[in-house]
Unconditional design. Sequence first.
Length: 303
Amino acid sequence: MSGVASGAVTGGGSTAERRVLDEASGVRAMTWVMAIMVFLTVLATALGLATLEARGMLDRQLAGRMTIQIVEGDTARRDAVAARVTARLKDLSDVARVRVVDDATLARLLEPWLGAEAGSAELPMPALIDVDLRTSDAAAAQRVAAAVRAVAPGVAADRHERWMSPVSGVMTTLAALAGGLVVLMAVATGAVVLLAVRAALEAHRATIEVMHMLGATDVQVARLFQRRLALDALVGGIGGGIVALVVTGLVGGQVAGLGSDLLGGVTMTGGDWVILALVPFGFVVLAMLTARRAVLTDLRRSL
């Protein structure tokens, strides 16, 4: 008789499994709970991954770049100093590329603040020289700045990385917050699964006691909940994951269409999409393990 009970408990889609679990509304509700949890988790994960990609792109673009600024009211003197600085920069082994920003480009950069007067000949403008270093080493930037100031003591040499370090810090913080949200969602999902399993156990306490008397073990009963939770979690997780991936793709397309140099880095790589696709399955495993442990702990304590 024990063998019959064991076979009835462990058989896929058996009468025992339907009796114990099909009427447990708390367990069945896991489909919707998992869909919502996975949807939010995938969005949080996408935000974190995209932010990390944008920060990496920003760091790569700014590392090893400098701007030399020459402020001089006399245009002829300014151009002469710029020519001497440019010639010195080209002789330095630490410098990979030198580009003098022309007046038209500089006027376009200043137009949002100065309006149409930005290109006026009466308005003195500084000379800007963009410098790409061969390495992103801070020592190389210091050597280049010292060499430039030896030629023209009044010039300013600034590293792009220093200007944008606050932005990089904000991106790192956003990525950390997204990671924290993912952890919190996983913890919340585990708590919901735990409550649902306990509610189902309490609702079918008498049936489980009969199954024990017929020879079913705690492990076999736990497998019923684990299998059913896996199915509910899989259906809900895949549904919520698909919706989240679609939303992520739509938002990513809109961001890419803005044409912003900074926001353009908020993109997803192939590896990022793989990680997002694995999130629902990770939550299925979490639900299964939580359900199994909750059932075994409860049965061993109370039965």
